[in-house]
Design a protein around this ligand. Sequence first.
Ligand code: SIN
Length: 493
Amino acid sequence: MEKGLLSGKNMIQLNRPSLFKNSNFYSGEWKTFSKVIPVFDPATGQKIGEVPDLPREEVRKALEFAEKSQKNWAKTIPKQRARFLRNWADLMIQNKEDLAKIMTWEQGKPLAESRGEIDYAASYLEWFSEEAKRAYGDLIPTHRKEVRLMAWKEPVGVTGILTPWNFPSSMITRKIGPALAAGCVVISKPSELTPYSAIALAVLAEEAGIPSGVFQVVTGQPEPIANEFLENKIVRKISFTGSTRVGKILLEKSASQVKRISLELGGNAPFIVFADANIKEAIRGGIASKFRNAGQTCVCTNRFLVEEKVAEEFAYGLAEEVSKFKVGNGFEDGVNIGPLIHSAAVKKVDSHLKDAIEKGGKLLIGGKPHSLGGNFYEPSVLSGISEKSLCFQEETFGPLAPIKSFKTEEEALQIANSSDVGLASYVYTNDPARIWRISEALEAGMVSVNEGILSTEQVPFGGVKESGMGREGSKYGIEEYQEIKYVCWGGQY
Ligand code: SIN
């Protein structure tokens, strides 16, 4: 087996160094390009490599290659597609350690979280390998005796996916799994900040026997690639995970060709704790929900709302747990909070924190950039937050836990639903009637009751309002990549 250190000052050791490539996989081969984008380790600031900065002409070539592959892929029998996906998932698990190291290197999250993400990412390929075989149609009761009516599923066609830096593997497999299962071929444009996880996935796809035009990876600046996806008629479907701002642009621009589009956008998750809840459990759940990936998760708690009677107990309990965090390079043992992705993210967290204090918030722990410097920020807890604070109005996307108390259930719901976005929401209570009431009343695509982590491949992941459209994962996820064809068959008798 190949084994080796990747060169440079900031080295990592991989069992298979060939999983780390500075090239793209498109038009049937691995290619480099004269223009490149440097990629940096967010923990050290050191350059870890350079990937192609592809112009639209190169992306067009990838799309033309995809178009040629689309017909054949759509015709493969579902069981064969299922086998490819399953092989790919198995290879991800076999190479988990290397994939996790690549992820920590480029994204910064602690190694244990990266290992968890590889499991999570592979689970989408495994799940949709199973769903591929169950894409049933219908025989519809007829309206005339000489006519038979049917509806069956067909792939939408060539799909362009645009994915973010916070989950560099799982946000890709959550889209590729259902797309390939449905019979669509995919061109993947990963974030330019974390391209290496996607490139490693392409190495494994080839090894899994997936034909070269079925999964291609192109790297570069977001705008030219997205514009090519939007303006080229070959692309019939776009799936995007990222900010609401960019999602709206994609939605508007995709209208001119009426392209199918799935959007998983920003959140502003409320975490509501009632006095009848198990407060220790609520603190445990709050820590998991708020600080996963250093708070850089769309479903992260953004606003803690705690019933007045237990607000102090909750706030000090949360701060005490936060004081146990070890901040540092994700490769170090025991680290549970890594760096933020870049300096702009640090600035944003710091400005939200300062604004919250100016508007009356009380700092319980943290409060400034970490003494490690660079992209590290102290995990912070604030109580007494004003609803007008930026950290309640916008997604902070960092390790800042703002707490506001409330008096009544109505007040908590009013604040929770006051946002334009509605992705995840969390509620802690032991009152079954309230669980029903709140779950029905919360304007969110996902409600988590007495539990801080809700993500898994079996469930429909997605939001309402400006958090997007469509669902990923679950039995519904494949529908985003299918058309329904109705066939009316006459002359039967
Ligand atoms: C996201 O941040 O968009 C994804 C998080 C998850 O799948 O849990």
